[in-house]
Design a protein around this ligand. Structure first.
Ligand code: ZN
Length: 184
C-alpha cells in the first residue's frame, strides 16, 4: 500500500474503519468498543444507507452522533412477516419462549431468522422481521482509520479483512494473493 495515497476524508471507494455504538430506545444494543472497529467500503451499501450518507467528509478521529429513522435503517415492521406456525412443527429441543431467536430453513433451503412473539396452546407466533425493524437508531461513531481499497476489494465491493468470511464464495479465492497483513 502506498502511504502517500492515504485518504484524508471519507468519500466513495474509501475503506473506513469506524468505532460505533448503537443505541435504540435509550439502550446500547451494539458497540465495537469490546471488539474491533467495523471496516467497510464507503458508497457500496456495506452499511445501512442512513448512516453511510452521513459519513461523507469525516476525517480520522472525527466523532459524530447520527440518528437514523427506521425506514432508512432496517425498514418498517411488516405485519405480513408475523406468522402463526403449528406447535407440531417445532422439534422438542427448541426452547419455545417469547423473545427466543430461531434460525429456520424455508423450502428453498434459505436460512431465515425469526423471533418468537408468543406461544399459544396450538401455535407459535413468529416474527420474521429484523429485530431492529421499525426502530429508530442512534449511532455514535468515531473514524479510526481510512485507506484505499485493494483492486480486488473494490471489484468485490467489500473489505477483505483477515477474519472476514466472504459471502461471494463462487468467485472469491483470496488466499495466496499479495494482500498485505494489516498492522493493528
Ligand atoms: Zn470478496
Amino acid at each position: 500500500m502506498n502511504e502517500q495515497n492515504k485518504p484524508t476524508s471519507i468519500a466513495d471507494d474509501i475503506v473506513v474503519s469506524l468505532d460505533y455504538t448503537l443505541t435504540v430506545d435509550g439502550e446500547v444494543v451494539d458497540t465495537s468498543s469490546d471488539s474491533e472497529p467495523i471496516q467497510f467500503i464507503q458508497g457500496h451499501g456495506n452499511i445501512i444507507p442512513g448512516l453511510e450518507r452521513e459519513l461523507y467528509g469525516m476525517e480520522v478521529q472525527d466523532n459524530k452522533t447520527v440518528h437514523v429513522v427506521a425506514k432508512d435503517a432496517y425498514g418498517l415492521s411488516d405485519p405480513d412477516a408475523i406468522v402463526e406456525v403449528a406447535l407440531s412443527e417445532f422439534s422438542p429441543e427448541i426452547p419455545l419462549r417469547p423473545g427466543v431467536e430461531l434460525q429456520m430453513r424455508n423450502e428453498d433451503g434459505e436460512v431465515l431468522f425469526a423471533t418468537i412473539v408468543n406461544v399459544g396452546s396450538a401455535t407459535v407466533r413468529l416474527d420474521f422481521n429484523h429485530p431492529l425493524a421499525g426502530k429508530d437508531l442512534t449511532f455514535d461513531v468515531t473514524v479510526v482509520d481510512l485507506r484505499q481499497p485493494t483492486a480486488e476489494e473494490l471489484e468485490h465491493g467489500h473489505v477483505h479483512g483477515d477474519m472476514e468470511e466472504d459471502e461471494d464464495l463462487e468467485y472469491d479465492f483470496d488466499e495466496g494473493d499479495d494482500d498485505e497483513a494489516e498492522e493493528e
